[in-house]
Design a binder for this molecule. Structure first.
Ligand SMILES: Cc1cc2nc3c(=O)[nH]c(=O)nc-3n(C[C@H](O)[C@H](O)[C@H](O)COP(=O)(O)O)c2cc1C
Length: 327
């Protein structure tokens, strides 16, 4: 395939694996890149910049294709050593960084001087325009459907993507709710240059997480995600479970007075318990509405091949037939 995104990142297919805490490790990212997409390691899953450097080196032994790194800026009492992580990214020869969570302006000069392409993930058009204006090379437009942090505007991709196409000049990809060839062709039709998938890649054989996580996604329907932390303006879409129900009960009881400390048990340190130990009921872990469209656990290569063949079938058959019928 050829879009502005395949050209910008030097990849075969415009399909990106979004940064995922405790999931974006070398096993998954290299598999996505080997299959012709763009895999992303998740920087902050590594406990230190030195550990990220090692993970980049490990990923290099698993693929000779391009892969990138996700750098997430989320509210934290003691911010991580972002400069150190960026140093590891530059020294590791990474050419694509996905930033997310907050305005990356402070870190752009360091990244751009090193010749790195920066794609910022945004949940609103105003943030996307801002990212474009400060020099980001591409945008990942993350709709309300997405697993993780959909922002506070609640605008789904059927509205967000055409607006992005109307207003952005840099390339952008559609993120949130993407699962298959239908998503890819729909995203292209709405003006995007490719897609970003989180939850769908989490439910693959190579995702280096506990089997319970994959089975929980497989079992889930489109009705099984919840939005938590809305009162804290840090909304996250997560898979419902006992811990999440407890969290929502606290939100209901405490109302506007709720603080992060009140829900520490359900949101703090949850990822290793879920992804490593397989305790999927313990608290809030990100999952998209797209869980409802996930019916198997394929290898990454099988998934990518299927997406491409569905896309070809749509473009070669269904769409021409539909247009002919209406002519
Ligand atoms: C388990 C999980 C963890 C995630 N962790 C991060 C993260 O650390 N940083 C980030 O920018 N996005 C994170 N995301 C969001 C994804 O990168 C992606 O934007 C999102 O999953 C897209 O929506 P989808 O799940 O419908 O494909 C996470 C998503 C999931 C499912």
């Amino acid at each position: 395939m050829k879009t502005r995104i395949t050209e910008l990142f030097g990849i075969e297919y415009p399909i990106v694996q979004g940064g995922m805490h405790y999931v974006g490790l070398a096993e998954l990212s290299s598999a996505v890149s080997n299959a012709g997409g763009l895999g992303l390691l998740t920087a902050l899953t590594q406990p230190s910049p030195a550990a990220l450097a090692e993970e980049i080196a490990r990923c290099r032994t698993m693929t000779d294709k391009p892969f990138g790194v996700n750098l997430t800026f989320l509210p934290a009492r003691t911010p991580p050593d972002y400069a150190g992580y960026i140093r590891s990214i530059i020294d590791g020869g990474i050419k694509v960084v996905e930033t997310a969570g907050n305005n990356p302006a402070q870190w752009l000069p360091m990244l751009k001087e090193a010749g790195i392409k920066v794609m910022h993930k945004c949940t609103s058009i105003r943030h996307a325009l801002k990212a474009q204006s400060i020099g980001c090379d591409a945008i990942s437009v993350d709709g309300f459907e997405c697993g993780g942090h959909p922002g506070e505007d609640d605008i789904p991709n059927f509205i967000l993507l055409p607006l992005a196409a109307e207003q952005l000049s840099v390339p952008f990809i559609a993120s949130g709710g993407m699962a298959d060839g239908r998503s890819l062709i729909a995203a292209l039709a709405l003006g995007a240059d490719g897609i970003n998938m989180g939850t769908r890649f989490l439910a693959t054989k190579e995702a280096p997480v506990h089997e319970n996580v994959k089975q929980a996604i497989l079992k889930a329907t489109e009705l099984d995600t919840r939005l938590v932390m809305k009162p804290l303006r840090n909304t996250e879409r997560v898979l419902v479970n006992k811990g999440v129900e407890r969290l929502l009960q606290k939100e209901k009881e405490l109302g506007a007075a709720i603080t992060f400390n009140d829900i520490l048990d359900e949101v703090g340190g949850v990822y290793p318990k879920v992804m490593v130990d397989g305790d999927v009921e313990v608290g809030a872990w990100s999952c998209g509405l797209v869980a409802g469209l996930i019916h198997d656990i394929p290898t990454v290569q099988e998934l990518m091949t299927r997406i491409l063949s569905e896309a070809n079938e749509l473009v070669g058959k269904r769409l021409p037939q539909a247009m002919q019928a209406s002519a």
